[in-house]
Design a protein around this ligand. Structure first.
Ligand SMILES: [Zn+2]
Ligand SMILES: [Zn+2]
Length: 435
């Protein structure tokens, strides 16, 4: 396809998004509009009475706008911007006479393309790639000479036809409208969008249950990245131009939904069970109960009852119900876990082990409470040594944790008293330091 571009170059600045061969020039770019071909599909505007009527009506309206009427001047006298084209040497009104018919067709082609493709798996790309190609085909006016001829009309009519198309489901309509609006409202700053994207991603990071042990390894990976680009640079299927698209809020949300699904279906109890790695189901059950409650608490309690007093009553009611459910779920698991965790706390441990255990559990042993800790593990705290000879030394000098003759054995022994996996990891790192 031959494209007519004239550069009014002061200096070449950046590559324009539409075409790698076209440069945005700090001075100006002038590119004439070009034709686009319709795509094929079940719906054929040539055979559709409705489309034919719309096409005729569009041609009439746009031609009238181009030629002008008694009340309204035609192109390029239509507005204070287009009239500046008269100062451009390369401008020739004759190169635009086909534009009304051309744009009318582009509107009908887009509508047909949407009708034929909104049910495809890849509908969003198929439709927006085509639209992007059409938007580029409007060409560009030199700086100060207004928008590409009838581009707003293209957006307006396409939006109207899309709104009126009853077959397309509302959520898909919204996404396409969002795409159109990105072009339509150029005053919407990229930085705002960027912040919206960051916010959207951070919300997901907070909500996703990384605390469940299946996912603890991958949390870091997701914390480090910020998926702003919508996939790898993609080739537009109609123009052949490669370009990385920035996410919109809804395309990012869509991507996060699909990522959530991939993570949940790829890593779960069934898969661990099948691999023989479901070694501690009770612990995981506990994590699931806890994280499901956490998720609700992060989400918070809201109520929109019209009666203000009723609002907080309803919130409290819901909270009570959730709390009761949480306790009902967690109690049997705690009971089952208790032989492993709680009962063993009364087992006999040496004073050094007691000191280490509560050091790792972040429970302070003091001169005042040392006897209580010793008794818990059927130890005599003879000579009041638990604090002074063991706990105090560990706290004051970290080397005491792994430099004692039996450090390794002690650390291994206390591990079974601890449920939390981060603490166990911490103990393991000390075990590695032992001789
Ligand atoms: Zn039709
Ligand atoms: Zn104008």
């Amino acid at each position: 396809m031959k494209r007519h571009t004239t550069f009014f170059a002061d200096s070449v600045k950046t590559i324009n998004f539409c075409n790698t061969q076209m440069f945005e020039v700090s001075g100006s770019v002038f590119e004439l509009p070009f034709e686009i071909r319709p795509t094929e599909g079940e719906h054929d505007f040539n055979k559709c009475e409705n489309c034919q009527n719309n096409l005729k009506e569009l041609i009439n309206r746009l031609t009238e706008k181009f030629e002008g009427t008694k009340d309204k001047k035609g192109f390029p006298f239509c507005c204070t911007y287009h009239v500046n084209l008269l100062n451009i040497k390369q401008f020739d009104r004759a190169s635009f006479t086909e534009v009304p018919v051309m744009v009318a067709h582009k509107i009908i082609y887009t509508s047909q393309h949407i009708k034929n493709n909104f049910e495809s798996d890849n509908w969003y790309k198929i439709i927006t790639d085509y639209m992007e190609n059409i938007i580029c085909s409007f060409g560009q006016m030199p700086k100060g000479c207004g928008e590409a001829l009838f581009l707003s009309d293209y957006f307006d009519y396409t939006t109207n036809l899309l709104k009126g198309c009853e077959d397309v489901p509302p959520n898909k309509k919204d996404k396409l409208m969002e795409y159109i609006n990105l072009y339509f409202k150029p005053n919407k700053k990229a930085t705002t969008d960027f912040n919206v994207l960051i916010g959207t991603y951070e919300k997901w990071l907070k909500i996703f249950p990384f605390e469940i042990s299946y996912f603890s390894n991958i949390k870091q990976h997701f914390e480090k990245q910020l998926p702003i680009l919508n996939g790898k640079p993609e080739v537009n299927m109609y123009s052949g131009i490669a370009k990385a698209k920035m996410h919109t809020k809804s395309s990012l949300t869509e991507a996060l939904i699909s990522l959530t699904n991939d993570l949940l279906t790829g890593l779960n109890g069934l898969i661990l069970y099948e691999k023989g790695q479901l070694t501690d189901p009770l612990k995981i059950k506990m994590e699931l109960i806890i994280n499901s409650r956490k998720m609700k608490l992060k989400q918070g309690y809201y109520n929109s009852s019209p009666n203000e007093e009723q609002r907080y009553r309803n919130i409290l009611k819901e909270w009570f119900k959730d709390e009761k459910k949480f306790i009902d779920e967690i109690s049997p698991v705690m009971k089952e876990l208790s032989p492993q965790l709680i009962k063993t706390e009364t087992d006999k441990l040496s004073l050094r082990e007691i000191a280490l255990l509560y050091y790792f559990k972040n429970e302070k042993i003091t001169i005042g409470n040392q006897d209580t800790f010793a008794e818990k593990h059927q130890q005599e705290n003879a000579g009041k040594k638990l604090y002074s000879d063991h706990y105090k030394r560990i706290v004051e000098d970290g080397k005491e944790i792994y430099q004692h003759k039996y450090s390794k054995k002690y650390l291994e022994n206390i591990k079974s008293y601890i449920a939390d996996s981060d603490t166990i990891k911490k103990i393991d790192s000390f075990i590695k330091k032992c001789n």
